[in-house]
Design a protein around this ligand. Structure first.
Ligand SMILES: CC1(C)O[C@H]2[C@@H](O1)[C@@]1(COC(C)(C)O1)O[C@@H]2CNc1nc2cc3nc(N)[nH]c(=O)c3cc2[nH]1
Length: 373
């Protein structure tokens, strides 16, 4: 059984929808936030801890695993699920974005991308065919088409050429996609911050009939209202019976705003990345637990949170661990931030079920603060 989206209901107050994504490794309740495990590990987290905090699907990354340890090794280990002992769904990003955000000297041609490894400088290349074959070898339940994420800002003409090439690459990915696995290949809509290019990209990709569609080229430093506008310009051209995935988004406000506009899937390194410098997402907004003001604070990081860290440890203890460079401190902040976002999506789904996501948004922003966080 491949990947199948089940629409349960649409929120009467907003454009949000409640759904279930059925995959060979289990069901995902949507809208969902997907923790990122770039190199086959969600940094510092065991699979058991991820399950305890409610993660139903995690991400991993073609670019990184292609460079190290190599997709052949992962295949030899029995695939990514076996290799990392994660028996729930996995989604792999296709590598295009990471080539641009991580590697030196890269060159784009119609064929694909040539680049130097950010690890050892080796000259490498990825094409729509090879990126698809690598993902087939890794064995994730959902794999992504190989695309170019244009830089922001970028000239209209550049975005147009890049987006048209990404559509041609998408067709090549479909042709290369091995049907011997139960994997679903999702298309990625591009188009920069231009409504006409977004529409054309969506029409090009939906004509290829993918089982799901991502919106790429966003969360690349643009003002958030541009991102929301592009969602509103794109989603009407995507089929209602397929999942919509907004790539690279992981702040509480954007998860709520994206859900309201009909997005079903989100991922971002934000919660795990800021956890590693002691910054927490709490019901009262962002908090930097390493600040001196928490030295003698023996309360939980977030009094409203039921995560393992907030139930068992104080701000003073976690601040001490971080200052003492004790690994356990960053594990606790990571557990909390991931639980915060996974639990936020539980509340978002509840609000959709009860047709009150608009009201939930107001209440949440009131407490959390509308700051860009
Ligand atoms: C690279 C790293 C670590 O991930 C964060 C963060 O830096 C950074 C870098 O620019 C800021 C905004 C400052 O944040 O944006 C990342 C999250 N935004 C994002 N992830 C994406 C992944 C994508 N994958 C594909 N295949 N195609 C896309 O178009 C795409 C677009 C994306 N946008």
């Amino acid at each position: 059984m491949a990947v199948k989206y089940e629409l349960i209901k649409t929120c009467a107050q907003t454009g949000a929808r409640l759904g279930r994504l059925h995959t060979p490794h289990g069901v995902i309740d949507t809208p969902t936030f997907m923790p990122v495990g770039t190199q086959a590990s969600v940094k510092g987290m065991s699979p058991e801890e991820l399950k305890t905090l409610g993660a139903q699907i995690i991400l991993s990354n073609t670019y990184h695993l292609f460079l190290r340890p190599g997709h052949e090794l992962v295949k030899e280990a029995g695939g990514l699920h076996r290799f990392m002992n994660w028996d729930r769904p996995i989604l792999t990003d296709s590598g295009g974005f990471q080539v641009f955000s991580l590697s030196e000297m890269r060159k784009i041609t119609e064929e694909g991308v040539q680049f130097r490894s950010h690890i050892n400088g080796d000259k490498l290349s990825l094409t729509p065919e090879s990126a698809t074959q690598v993902q087939n070898a890794l064995g994730a339940d959902i794999i992504m088409a190989f695309d170019e994420c244009p830089p922001y800002p970028a000239e209209y003409e550049y975005v147009k050429q890049s987006t048209e090439r990404t559509s041609r690459w998408a067709e090549r990915c479909l042709k290369a996609h091995s049907r011997s696995h139960d994997q679903a290949l999702f298309g990625i809509v591009q188009g920069g911050m231009h409504a006409d290019l977004r529409k054309q990209s969506a029409l090009d990709l939906t004509s290829l009939d993918f089982p799901g569609y991502a919106m790429g080229g966003l969360s690349v430093g643009e003002p958030k209202h541009f991102m929301y506008e592009m969602l509103e310009e794109t989603i009407p051209y995507l089929p209602g019976n397929k999942p919509r995935y907004l790539m690279g988004v992981g702040s509480p406000d954007a998860l709520i705003e994206g859900s309201i506009r009909g997005v079903d899937m989100f991922d971002c390194v934000l919660p795990t990345r800021i956890a590693r410098n002691g910054t927490l997402m709490t019901s009262q907004g962002r908090m930097v637990v390493r600040n001196a003001k928490y030295t003698n604070d023996f309360g939980p990081m977030d009094p409203e949170c039921s995560c393992y860290a907030c139930r068992n440890y104080s701000r003073a203890y976690i601040r001490h661990l971080i200052k003492a460079d004790e690994m356990f401190g960053l594990r606790l902040t990571t557990i909390h931030n991931l639980h915060f976002l996974v639990n936020l999506m539980v509340q978002v789904r509840e609000a959709i079920r009860e047709d009150r996501l608009g009201t939930f948004r107001e209440e949440f922003f009131e407490k959390y603060g509308m700051a860009d966080n």
